[in-house]
Design a protein around this ligand. Structure first.
Ligand code: BEZ
Length: 212
């Protein structure tokens, strides 16, 4: 099955470092980030998992859970967690799925055979409160991900779900947004954007972030 933006995130039951996860039940109506790691006891992954455990509070502010996956088994993950906590000065605070049988990796197309037959690439799926996939990222094994960028994209998705705006290049929470081009009725514009807006071009209209 090919996954697209808007697809329902496939359900699965799999063991994790925090016990058995029935994925849809675990989501529980919250947003979630599911991200994969090529292998246990690898340097880049070790830094990534440490970073995400330190950012857990930021994900929670966005009503978002986090869950990692690595293709080794849970016993191996549990040993690795000791190293992550020691070297990254943190306490792991979210589950890592075991996936020795590759069930979840295959379901989410996380193994790209042209890159590597057995290891997963660094996939990220952002899933919304309706279990829909809203963002997919694919990084190579050798490049650690930027988790501030991930938080930024969740901010953008949650903002644009609720207001008739989109977010421009390099936008950060609190900065001006663009008004969606489909909105043209002057009365509606006035009601939706009481802080006003600037017409740079008829199709490029900037407004202060509506929820600030
Ligand atoms: C790493 O996480 O450090 C890594 C994993 C697989 C290949 C290269 C690097």
């Amino acid at each position: 099955m090919t996954l697209h933006l808007g697809s329902i995130a496939p359900d699965f039951t799999q063991e994790s470092t925090e016990g058995t996860i029935k994925f849809h039940e675990w989501l529980g109506g919250k947003w979630a980030v599911l991200f994969s790691h090529p292998k246990d006891f690898t340097p880049v992954c070790t830094t990534e998992l440490g970073r995400v455990s330190k950012l857990k509070g930021e994900f929670e502010k966005r009503n978002c859970k986090v869950i990692a996956l690595s293709v080794d088994d849970v016993q191996s993950h549990k040993k690795w967690i000791g190293d992550i906590e020691e070297t990254q000065s943190t306490k792991m605070n979210f589950p890592i799925l075991g996936d020795a049988d590759r069930r979840v990796s295959k379901l989410y197309d996380m193994i790209h055979p042209e890159a590597n037959d057995t290891l997963t690439v660094r996939s990220v799926f952002v899933i919304d409160g309706n279990k829909k996939i809203r963002l997919m990222l694919t990084y190579p094994a050798s490049t650690g991900r930027n988790f501030d960028e991930l938080l930024r994209t969740i901010d953008s998705l949650q903002l644009t779900d609720n207001y008739s705006v989109a977010t421009p290049a390099d936008w950060k929470d609190g900065q001006d947004c663009v008004i969606v081009p489909s909105l043209q009725d002057p009365e509606v514009l006035k009601a939706k954007f009481p802080k006003g807006f600037t017409v740079v071009k008829p199709y490029l209209r900037m407004t202060p972030q509506p929820n600030k």
